[in-house]
Design a binder for this molecule. Structure first.
Ligand SMILES: O=P(O)(O)OC(CO)CO
Ligand SMILES: [Mg+2]
Length: 281
């Protein structure tokens, strides 16, 4: 029973690699930029085409009836996580990077059963790095085990945060105020790769101590969440409570000490949940 999903895991790695190759070879003609929730929330034909490629591979293998599918480009309204086996996919995480040629772009594929994440695959396709993890079986980059950093002192840490795609002045103010407070603890530095999935893999492999964000979606972080946990890290809500995949906010960190120190500084702002339910404080 424990190995029930091994085939799905291995297939997800294969599909992510193929999807990444499609992104790498996407020509300039395909990079026609459209916008979604705001003028800085970008989408290209590549996002849509690669999502179709991933979905048709997974549906062809596992059938549409038994499995559910949540994808960044095909989820129109809210996405509700049920107990059914569910694929959660971001075909191009880091679309803005992709459009600008900034070299961090990831394919993110996660799989949940009974609302619990079973495995996650993040293929950082421009660097050709394959991150993957299955619940209870460790995390890997290119088949080598990876582990979070053992730093416990916040003053010896590097922290990742992002600016998101909402430019309303009150939210931007809170984001920068949080970053300022964390920077002035002081920490060694603040970073951001422009893709949530890659940011979580940077936590998982010990390159940084933590990554937090409010406003990301379930497809940005589902695969990364498994990878961080399996590398020995933790994921919490920005209020210090348990992580909720649909809440559009999280702190991923190498350990609880670093996570809680960051949480002390985070200025929370409202962000409607992916599943349409009321947001917690
Ligand atoms: O590039 P995407 O898929 O829009 O995702 C962003 C978050 O909104 C980076 O993680
Ligand atoms: Mg994304």
């Amino acid at each position: 029973m424990e190995d029930k999903w091994q085939e799905a895991y291995e297939f997800a790695v294969e599909v992510a690699r193929k999807a990444g190759a499609e992104i790498r070879k996407a020509g300039d003609s395909e990079i026609k930029v459209n916008t979604k929730s705001s003028s800085v929330d970008l989408v290209t034909q590549t996002d849509q085409r690669v999502e179709k490629i991933i979905f048709s591979a997974l549906k062809g293998k596992f059938g549409e009836g038994c499995h559910r599918f949540i994808g960044e480009e095909s989820t129109v309204d809210s996405c509700v996580l049920t107990d059914k086996p569910t694929w959660i996919i971001d075909p191009v995480d880091g679309t803005t990077n992709f459009v600008h040629g900034f070299p961090f772009v990831a394919v993110s594929i996660a799989f949940a059963v009974n609302k619990e994440l079973e495995f996650g695959v993040v293929y950082s396709c421009m660097e050709d790095k394959m991150y993957k993890a299955r619940r209870g079986q460790g995390a890997f980059c290119d088949d080598e085990p990876i582990y979070v950093s053992d730093v416990k002192e916040i003053k010896k840490s590097i922290i990742i945060s992002e600016h998101g795609t909402d430019r309303s002045p009150e939210k931007v103010k809170k984001i920068f105020s949080t970053m300022q407070k964390i920077l002035c603890i002081p920490v060694h530095g603040l970073r951001g790769s422009g893709t949530a999935a890659t940011n979580m893999c940077l936590v998982a492999c010990g390159a940084v101590e933590a990554f937090f964000e409010i406003g990301i979606h379930c497809w940005d972080i589902a695969a990364g969440a498994v990878i961080v946990r399996e590398a020995g890290g933790i994921i919490l809500d920005v209020n210090g409570g348990p992580f909720d995949l649909m809440s559009r906010r999280m702190v991923s960190a190498n350990n609880e000490i670093i996570a809680n120190r960051i949480i002390k500084e985070i200025e929370i702002f409202p962000s409607p949940r992916d599943d349409g339910k009321p947001q917690l404080e």
